[in-house]
Design a protein around this ligand. Structure first.
Ligand code: FES
Ligand code: FES
Length: 114
């Protein structure tokens, strides 16, 4: 499970703000800039942003591409996406509790179809 950390040090934008922007529909670096104000002045942050954008479920290592494909193939609920891709079905290794932190993003991907 990814811990929160600052990604863009110049404008003080953290990981969770970027994930929140994704849950609100941001899918590209341009949209992340719009939502969060990351500066994108350094290449390091850019590649990190690309990595964050391309991942849906950190627990199960499921990519955006995989989830979008499942949704386009008819998975129209968070549960169905989980059955097909594993996304959203992660368990916290320490506590043994269901994680589910990516479920909001999965729902947004279903809503937008992308
Ligand atoms: S410090 Fe802002 S994108 Fe790198
Ligand atoms: S990030 Fe933990 S279940 Fe997806």
């Amino acid at each position: 499970m990814a811990k929160n950390r600052i990604i863009c040090t110049k404008n003080n934008v953290d990981y969770l703000s970027i994930r929140k922007a994704m849950v609100s529909g941001a899918r590209t670096i341009e949209e992340i800039v719009e939502h969060t104000g990351v500066c994108t002045e350094c290449e390091g942050c850019k590649s990190e942003l690309e990595a964050i954008l391309s991942s849906v479920c950190g627990c199960k290592k499921v990519s955006l591409e995989t989830v979008v494909k499942a949704v386009r193939n008819g998975a129209d609920t968070v549960e169905k996406v989980g059955e097909i891709t594993g996304a959203g079905t992660g368990v916290d290794e320490e506590t043994g509790e269901a994680c589910g932190k990516c479920k909001g993003l999965i729902q947004n991907i279903i809503d937008l179809g992308r």
